[in-house]
Design a protein around this ligand. Structure first.
Ligand code: RIB
Length: 311
């Protein structure tokens, strides 16, 4: 079967990773634990590399700076089989950077310096569609205008569009998004976009109905972390339970989940199978520290899922 080509329009950066016993409050200083690291990350890149490792053909549209970090990222994407023809080296801005504070619990707090990512423009995005993608994946992180442009061209070309709603802002003009195949926010993003925290199945349903009233979408998939994911198609809903793992760092788990969902959905056409696969990929991503380096490969995921079935 021919591999599907997934165009990812999104952000790329280096994560400055610091481990901390807890996040300091205002005026407080905390001594970090272990070592710090500069590791590749950012939602668009995490998703692009995740999809490539899971067996999709991936074209990545982004910008990096004309600096050592930009060079390092370009090399890494190539090593992972990501088509980098539509990545621009931006001479005006540095490569993006995110400060990732990783708590002992495995949870994180992130501050992003977008750098070159903020210069991703309509021409970059329009050009990337010349790669003849089968589907498009984007994240709110790459900017409102950029997401709307990717959505407009996807709709014009009749391409399925997968949206990871991270990070969400309450004023994002959801109604301007054109036909979305799968819209996928996490718990925090769901609360920001709908005012409803998806704690119970009822909350999940109310939040999904609210999202469907704002966005023309086929499926809402709420990412519920270790609880799994909630699917709503405008009529029916279901929760697909997550996998139990020893989670040590949740960074990039949501990015990997949405990328995996897109890859498996394009392979099978079945949202339930795709979400289950996304749950497995998300869970495995939390078992290693870091963003891009923690993303699993197809063989590892299949083995993990098969082992879970026999347990
Ligand atoms: O979703 C995780 C990513 O978000 C990190 O890699 C960091 O770059 C932030 O943007």
């Amino acid at each position: 079967m021919a591999r599907k080509r997934l165009l990812t329009v999104g952000t790329a950066n280096i994560d400055f990773l610091l481990k901390t016993p807890y996040v300091p409050s205002c005026g407080e200083t905390v001594i970090s634990e272990g070592e710090y690291a500069y590791v590749p990350g950012e939602k668009g890149a995490n998703a692009a590399v995740a999809a490539a490792r899971l067996g999709s053909e991936v074209v990545f549209c982004t910008r990096v700076g004309d600096d050592a970090y930009g060079d390092r990222l370009l090399r890494l994407y190539a090593e992972n089989g990501v088509d980098s023809r539509y990545i621009k080296v931006d001479c005006a801005e540095q490569t993006g950077l995110a400060i990732v504070m990783l708590e002992r619990t495995g949870d994180n707090r992130i501050i992003v310096f977008p750098g070159a990512n903020r210069n991703i423009n309509d021409t970059d995005i329009e050009n990337s569609f010349l790669s003849y993608p089968d589907a498009v994946l984007t994240q709110f992180e790459c900017g409102e205008k950029q997401v709307l442009t990717a959505a407009r061209i996807s709709a014009e070309q009749g391409l399925p569009l997968f949206i990871d709603a991270g990070p969400a802002t309450p004023d994002f003009p959801l109604s301007k998004l054109q036909r979305v195949e799968v819209f996928s926010p996490n718990e925090t993003e769901t609360a920001v976009l709908t005012g409803i925290r998806p704690n119970t199945p009822d909350d999940c349903l109310r939040a999904s109905i609210k999202l469907c009233s704002k966005v023309d979408m086929k499926y809402v998939v709420l990412k519920l972390g270790e609880r799994g994911a909630f699917i709503y198609d405008g009529k029916y809903c279901d929760i697909i339970e997550g996998y139990e793992v020893n989670a040590i760092d949740t960074t990039a788990a949501g990015d990997a989940f949405t990328a995996a969902l897109a890859v498996e959905y394009l392979r099978t056409g079945d949202i339930y199978t795709a979400v289950k696969y996304g749950n497995a990929v998300g869970a495995l991503t939390t078992t290693k520290v870091g963003a891009l380096n923690s993303l699993p490969r197809e063989a590892e995921v299949r083995k993990f899922m098969a082992d879970q079935e026999t347990e």
